[in-house]
Ligand binder design. Structure first.
Ligand SMILES: O=C(O)CCc1cccc(O)c1
Length: 545
């Protein structure tokens, strides 16, 4: 078994370091974390060569982001590495909320059948990064350079020049576009004199990974004010390899250095385990950290030829697992747009929609994260009284459950107001509005074979889903063909067992067509499209209108 935590990657001298003039590349990505790696793989699969620079030669130190959401797994599936993540991770849908020591609420994030992926998996970040690195290594168009630290950036109208420091000295590189995926302390952001602004929360949390031989169902457990950690909150998650993540709220006055010491972590963990029935169970403390956080973002995610993605662009609290997941969705949004622009299939202005769509998503994540944090860590006596009253009521009254907020867990933003959407001209019901990430569903083919809707969406192209058979579906198919736009067509045959999920989720009738962007967001839909409507919708989604 590979120990991903102790892996060291070789620095290799590159021919660019000996070039007389700085070599020029279409895209240079700064930072080989989950976001930079996702973006690099996605671009390479779209036939765009990428240089990916990382300032060290290791994967994530510590388990860090552990909760990877359904949408993130669907992105990883599209990139060809979702199965490994899901096979190694622990899947979960259910969360339990406790007030004092009593369960007051249980929720199921994916109560309906007919989805390939669970609501979440928990997997240590070093595995996620390791699997992405291995996937990238299989793609000749990804040029991953370890121990290549960007120390300077100069922008011009048509690109940027980066200064890169290596163990053998520094060299310069030119890029048509730079993606800054270099984390919350982004040096790219600092070098450009930019900042992220927002609210810093005055509280401290201890995260400790413990390994123990004990089992509980794989569920998220959250305690408000439990007897084993009075006055504070606690969150427990199971990870791979018999590891568990515990988050203890400590309060602002806690001493971060003291709290990280094993002799101070042990009694906290012991009290938790004793309270959940694991009195005799031995445990080992692994990675531990004391953190504070801020909900903040850069005002704009695009600065000329530099695009910011992930934690460099925005930050949230861990509650809701919206950090890494929204970063992967940034990459998902950016990759196809960058590919379309550098390949000459879309104007540069398409990249403005990356910024506006993901700034919108960041606001939604920050809003959710801020509300959850305010509920979890009330900052006044009145807020605490309100919070405790809600939790008390929740035991008996369903209405109060909607007010409980232990973190609203990550779901993709619906990009409802995106300029890339074609507004509906026909009546539809349901959630698959233009801007929504396409819902998965079983697919039943005419020959009886089965698959999953999102797996059928081709990585490189716009996809058209056509529902049903018969004349209406044939007319829609003819319109798609006559549109003269490269479309990957997926036939959603109705009538077969299992096909009802898709028909219902997409409010489909025979002939209904959904147009999906390459990142699987719906951008248009019709009951019976014309070729011109399809053509216009594709062009609009490419930023040509
Ligand atoms: O369950 C949640 O709301 C998030 C769990 C989580 C994710 C990342 C770090 C961390 O300490 C907790």
């Amino acid at each position: 078994m590979i120990d991903y935590q102790s892996l060291r990657f070789d620095y290799k001298r590159h021919a660019d370091q000996d070039a007389a003039a700085p070599a020029r590349h279409p895209v240079v990505i700064v930072g080989a974390g989950p976001v930079g790696l996702t973006l690099a793989i996605d671009l390479a699969l779209r036939q765009v060569p990428v240089v990916l620079l990382d300032n060290d030669n290791t994967l994530s130190s510590g388990s860090r982001a552990i909760c990877f959401a359904k949408r993130t797994l669907e992105v990883f599936d599209r990139l060809g590495c979702g199965d490994r993540m899901v096979d190694k991770g622990v899947s979960w849908n259910v969360g339990k909320v406790f007030f004092h020591d009593e369960q007051v609420y249980r929720f199921d994030l994916l109560p309906e059948p007919g989805h390939e992926r669970p609501a979440f998996i928990n997997l240590q970040q070093y595995y996620v990064e390791g699997y992405l690195v291995e996937r990238a290594a299989a793609l000749p168009l990804v040029d991953l350079r370890w121990n290549n630290k960007v120390t300077g950036i100069e922008q011009s109208d048509d690109g940027a020049v980066l200064t890169v420091e290596t163990p053998e000295g520094s060299y310069r590189l030119q890029a048509d576009y730079v993606a800054a995926c270099d984390g919350s302390r982004s040096s790219t952001r600092q070098m450009l004199g930019l900042e992220a602004k927002g609210r810093v929360f005055r509280d401290r949390f201890l995260i400790a990974d413990i390994t123990m031989d004990a089992d509980l169902p794989t569920e998220r457990r959250f305690w408000f004010d439990p007897s084993f950690h009075p006055g504070q909150s606690v969150l427990l998650h199971k990870q791979a390899d018999g590891m568990w993540r515990v988050d203890f709220q400590l309060g602002w006055d806690a001493d971060p250095v003291e709290e990280r010491k094993p002799e101070n972590i042990t009694p906290r963990v012991r009290a938790l385990l004793d309270s959940i029935g694991f009195e005799g169970v031995q445990f080992r403390i692994g990675w531990a950290s004391v953190y504070t956080f801020a909900c903040q973002r850069m005002e704009r995610f695009r600065h000329g030829r530099v695009l910011f993605a992930g934690d460099s662009a925005h930050g949230v609290s861990p509650f809701g697992a919206r950090g890494a997941n929204s970063g992967v969705q940034d990459a998902d949004n950016l990759a196809w747009k960058l590919a379309a622009v550098v390949q000459g299939n879309a104007p540069d202005a398409l990249l403005d929609s990356y910024a506006s769509e993901r700034e919108y998503a960041a606001d939604e994540n920050i809003r959710n994260s801020t509300r959850a944090t305010d509920f979890i860590t009330p900052k006044s006596e009145v807020s605490r009284l309100f919070r405790d009253a809600v939790l008390e009521l929740t035991k008996r009254h369903a209405f109060a459950r909607t007010l409980v907020n232990s973190g609203r867990l990550s779901v993709p933003s619906v990009l409802r107001d995106s300029p890339l959407n074609t507004p509906d001209a026909d009546a539809f019901t349901g959630a698959m509005v233009p801007g929504a990430a396409a819902a998965d569903a079983p697919v039943v083919h005419a020959d009886g074979s089965t698959g999953w809707l999102l797996r059928e969406c081709h990585v490189a192209q716009f996809t058209a889903l056509i529902f049903g058979q018969g004349e209406a579906a044939e007319r829609s198919l003819a319109a798609l063909r006559a549109s003269d736009r490269p479309l990957h067509v997926v036939r959603m045959d109705d009538g077969a067992r299992g096909s009802e999920f898709a028909a219902q989720r997409y409010d489909a009738r025979p002939g209904t067509v959904y147009l999906l962007r390459p990142d699987q967001h719906v951008c248009a839909r019709w009951r019976a499209p014309s070729a011109a409507q399809v053509r216009n919708a594709v062009d609009r989604a490419l930023g040509k209108h």
